[in-house]
Structure formats: C-alpha cells, structure tokens
Ligand binder design. Structure first.
Ligand SMILES: CN(C)C(=N)NCCC[C@H](N)C(=O)O
Length: 281
C-alpha cells in the first residue's frame, strides 16, 4: 500500500500569529522550563520559515495580531475550531492563556465569520480537534475536557470520536496524532488508551505508528494537505515513513518554538479550503 497511491494536495487557508511576544514565562506543560533561555529572534525566524513553507505549498496564510502578555498566542491552533465556517472559540484550561479567547473571538467576528460561539467547556481548539473526513477526532484528558466532546458534536453536527490522552508529554491530540488524509493517520500508540487505539484502528485503514523518539521531537505535530506533510526536521524516521507511503515530507526547524511545547501544526489554525491552486501540486 503506498508509493503508487497518487496523493492529492488540497489547498487550505490557515490562521497564524507572529511570535512577537513569544516567551516561556510559566510552565503549563512538561516541555516548558522558564529557566531555559528563549531566543526570540530565532523563534521569529523559524516561524517565518514555517510560514514561507506553508505558503510555498500554495496555501493561504492569514494573520492575527499578537497580544502583549500572551506569549503562547503563536500556537494559534489552540484558539478555535473552525468547520464549514462555524467557529467554536477555545476556552483554555490555564489562566495564563485565557486572555487569548477574546482575541480570537474578536478576529473571527471582525472577519465576518458566523456563527461564532465561545465554548462552554474547556476546549483547546484544533490542538484537540482534528478532522478526518466528516469525523472529528477529539482528544481529552489534559486540556480539553471530556464534556466538550458532546458540545463539539452538537455545534458542528458531526460525528465526534473521543480519544483519552494518557501521557502528559502529549497533552494535546495534535502532539500525538496527525491526520494525513481521510484514511491515513499517523500516531504514537503510547499516548492513547487501549480503547482509543481500537477506535483508531477501526476508523483508519492506514494507521501508521511512529516511534516515541520522533513523537518526542513533535514529529506528529505535522501539517498535511493530503500530499505534502510539514513536520519538524528532527523527525527523520517519520519523514522516511511518509515518503515510503507516497507523501512528500517538508522538514522545517521549529526547535525554538518547541521550548513552549509545540511544533509546526500548533502554529496554524485551519480556516477552510483555499480557492487558489497550490503551486507545488
Ligand atoms: C498542538 N498544539 C496546538 C499545541 N500543542 N499547542 C502548543 C501549546 C503550547 C502552550 N505552551 C501550552 O502549553 O498551551
């Protein structure tokens, strides 16, 4: 199953937030250590390269203004979940990030998105909600709460499959699993319960397991358009696995941003399909 499968890129629109105020001033995940210096200029450069890589694949990037005092806002994927133009604005687990909700809500309302709803339950947006065809995979346990699953299903009118996360290093679903296309998912099995692993196996004919080492360098925090997969350069085994399946890995350096506990996917929030054709497809 593999190299011969023709992979088709789907152009998307993404929302990103420049890391103007990026810093590690508190620790709300196991990767953050305020004692380790952050080189903001390097983070800004890596973020710029990520943006260029995404745009270079033919995707559109829109920007939200960063807000002083919200150093994690660069991880825009957490700001909301957007499906078919409906917006469910995140409600953050930690007070340190709660100010981001109103910034994202204002952005969506200002751009004319409707409806826009502030989530009632703790719900960290696309960090824990990944689409696979009509189904939404919903991680819960560390950030998003289990009750959010029902709210997400009601609001979007889509089947939502809850997946409990069990390893605190992989506190958001998109640190432990990447949807490559409607039938192909890659994941690190150790981040899930036996029930979760069974659910994934039942849903995806092509379920690719990656090793713990690549998961630890955020190799699963990848952006797939169905053909190209943007992922951290350090995840070399994952890149080889993807290539063997006919995907085109696009490595980027994001180790400075990783000090905040995220990778490439954390920095982009999907807004929907783009109308332009991808240059690289
Ligand atoms: C995949 N996504 C969106 C993430 N994993 N987000 C990174 C969030 C990092 C932030 N310091 C936090 O701990 O919330």
């Amino acid at each position: 199953m593999s190299e011969r499968i023709p992979r088709r890129a789907r152009p998307r629109r993404f929302l990103m937030c420049p890391p103007t105020y990026f810093a590690v001033e508190y620790a709300i995940n196991p990767w953050m250590d305020p004692a380790v210096p952050v080189h903001r200029a390097r983070a800004v450069r890596q973020w710029g390269e990520l943006r260029s890589a995404v745009e270079g694949l033919g995707h559109c990037v829109e920007l939200i203004d960063p807000v002083p005092g919200l150093p994690d806002m660069v991880f825009a994927a957490n700001g909301a979940t957007v499906i078919d133009g409906r917006v469910l604005v995140a409600s953050f687990r930690h007070a340190e990030r709660s100010g981001e909700s109103s910034a994202f809500e204002r952005w969506f309302r200002g751009r004319g998105y409707r409806p826009v709803l502030a989530a009632e339950h703790v719900n960290e947006g696309e960090g824990d909600h990944l689409r696979a065809g009509r189904t939404v995979l919903a991680g819960y346990g560390f950030r998003t709460e289990r009750a959010a699953t029902a709210e997400t299903a009601r609001y979007f009118g889509r089947p939502v499959v809850g997946l409990r996360l069990v390893d605190p290093r992989f506190y958001h679903l998109d640190t432990a699993l990447a949807v490559l296309d409607e039938r192909t998912v890659m994941f690190w099995p150790g981040a899930f319960t036996a029930t979760g692993r069974r659910r994934l196996a039942a849903l995806f004919p092509d379920l690719l397991a990656v090793g713990e080492g690549d998961a630890e360098c955020f190799g699963l925090n990848a952006i797939s358009d169905g053909r190209h997969v943007v992922l951290p350069a350090a995840a070399e085994r994952t890149a080889r696995l993807l290539a063997s399946r006919g995907f085109e890995p696009v490595p980027v350096e994001t180790d400075e941003l990783a000090k905040g506990g995220g990778g490439p996917k954390c920095c982009v929030l999907e807004l929907g399909a783009a109308t332009v054709l991808p240059a690289a497809a």
